[in-house]
Design a protein around this ligand. Structure first.
Ligand code: GRF
Length: 220
């Protein structure tokens, strides 16, 4: 798994998480190649980021497809063309159909700007504030057929302050997203993620202790 892993990214928007992963790959922190970025939005900035980094950029027009499954068949075709072994949803605004989930079982990751299982769905930073939570954060998880329900890989926590707006909280969470998403990808690339039911086990590296691991299991 470690050698030769190729990554396919699905993005609909600005792609700042995509950029964080590009940067981590370029810095040699992730032993993988980003092979392609696919978007359902023709002028998504994520596609520009791909082109700037000499990564293949492909727009697949949802209007040219009959439905979600048909659209995802086209996505699978492109992912296979680039030999992707890991698929990253990075601000991808479409629901993924069972066709795609089955084709890449436990090989699709998503980043969500809340502490799942709280606040799945959209506009969750604002919803967290309205609910009155004192902490929120972000979650990297494998994608299953539900909405934001797949096995959790890494989470990071941030405080919510009384004067926060959706935007200020989103910015605080985003900084953590840019930290934990590349980390989750790195663990995958190193073959260290094992899915057991709902739980993702993070295996120790074969030799030296893992200095980057953010959430080591604590016994106490
Ligand atoms: C992020 O907040 C991510 O958690 C959510 O959509 C947003 C995408 O931002 N899924 P970006 O396109 O990566 O900048």
């Amino acid at each position: 798994m470690a050698e030769g892993l190729k990554i396919g990214v699905l993005a609909s928007g600005r792609g700042s998480n995509f950029q964080a992963i590009i940067d981590a790959v370029n810095a040699g922190k992730i032993n993988a190649k980003i092979a392609v970025c696919i978007s359902d939005v023709k002028d998504a900035y994520a596609l520009d980021r791909a082109r700037k980094n000499l990564i293949a950029a492909e727009f697949i027009d949802p209007k040219a497809c009959k439905g979600r499954a048909d659209y995802d068949e086209k996505i699978i075709e492109v992912l296979r063309k680039y030999d992707a072994g890991l698929v990253l949803l990075a601000g991808y605004m479409r629901l993924v159909s069972p066709v795609l989930v089955e084709a890449y079982k436990n090989k699709i990751m998503n980043i969500h700007p809340a502490l799942l299982p709280s606040f799945p769905g959209l506009h969750v930073q604002k919803k967290a504030i309205e609910y009155g939570v004192k902490f929120s954060g972000c979650t990297v998880h494998f994608v299953d057929t539900g909405m934001d329900t797949g096995p959790i890989i890494i989470q990071a926590v941030v405080p919510v302050f009384p004067d926060d707006t959706g935007d200020t909280l989103a910015a605080r969470i985003l900084r953590q997203e840019h930290r934990i998403y590349p980390e989750a990808v790195r663990l995958f690339a190193e073959g260290r993620l094992e899915v057991r039911g709902r739980t993702v086990l993070i295996k120790e590296p074969p030799e030296s202790p893992d200095e980057f691991l953010v959430n080591p299991p604590v016994r106490g």
